[in-house]
Design a protein. Sequence first.
Length: 353
Amino acid sequence: MYKNNLKSSKTWVITLLLSVMIFLILIITFNTFVDPNWSFNHSNRFNAVQVSSNFRKSKANYLKYKPDTYNTLLLGSSRIEFINQEHFNEKTFNYGVPSAAYQEFESIIDFVIEQQDGIELEKIIIGLDFFITREENGADIYNQSLLTEALTNVSDDSFRYKELLSIDTFFNSIENSYYSLNKYFGSDKNISYRNRNNVGFAKKYSVKETEDNMKKRIEFFRNTRYDESYIYNTNYKEELFILKNKYPNTEFVVFTNPITIELFETLKEENKEDEFKRWIRETVEVFGEVHNFIGNNSVTSDKENYQDSDHYYPHVGDYITYYLDGKLNEVPSDFGTEINKENIDEELSKLFH
C-alpha cells in the first residue's frame, strides 16, 4: 500500500513538472513568435500590430537586434511618434518617446552611434515642446530612469531571453496578436500602434471626441504645466550647447511641435509669454534657427488635425517632414516659419500680437 502511494505521488510530481515545463515552453515560443519587445528580427501575421507600454525599451531593442545604418535621428516626445521616418529624404530613425526630456537625448544619440559601429549621424532632428523648459521634476527623472534601464538591459545579450518568461511580455504578446489577427482578417481596430518597421499609426477620433480630449488636455496643462509651479530651467541653454558641441560633425535641425491654437491661447492666459519667448531665443542662440509651427495657422486651428490639444495626426507629421525637406509645395502655405537671429523679434511679436 505504502509503495503504491509513493509511486502515485512520484507520478503526480513528474506529471506536474512536465506540465509546468510544457506550459513554460509554450509561453517562450509564443513570446518569441509575437516578439512584442522587438527583441528579434522577424515579422508575421501575429505581430504586424505592435502595441507597447515602453517604447524607450522597444526602440532600443529594435536598433540592437535589427542592425542598420541611419543618416538621421529624429528625437522628441510622443508628439513626434507618428512622424513617418520613411518619408524623410534621408534614412531616418524615429526615437520619439512619451514625455521625452532633452536630458535623455545624449544617451540616445550615443546608443544609436554605438549600434552602427561608431558611424556618426549626419543629421539630428529634434522636435521641441515648451514644457521641457520647466525645471526637472519627479516625472522627468522617472522617464530618464526608464531609458537608463532600457539601455542597460539591452547591453546584456541574455536579457532578451529572460524577458521571454515575463508575464508582462506574455500579456503584451496576447494583445499584439489579437490586434494583428484582426488587421489580417480585415477588421482593423481603431487604436494607435506601430508596425515592425517602427512606423506609427494613430487612433482616429471624431471631432466631438477630439473636442472632449482637448478640454481635458488643456485643463491638464493649465493645472500642471502652465501653473504657478512652473519654473524655467536656467540650465536649458547651457545643456543644449553641451549636447550640440559634443557632435561637431552633425547637423542639428530643430522645430517646435505644433499645438492647437486653443492650447497656445491657454499658455498666454497663464502668463507664460516671457518664458515662451525666452525658450525660442535660447534655442535660436544654440542652434542658429528654429522651424516654428506654433501659432495661428490653417493646421493648428483645425481640430481634425489633432487627437487632442497637442498630439497631431500623422499627416501633420508629413507636413513637418516635407517642410524640413524643402518640399514646400506639399505643405499648407501658412504652416511653418524659420526663426533666426535676424527676424526673431519680428516673429515673436507676430505670435503675441
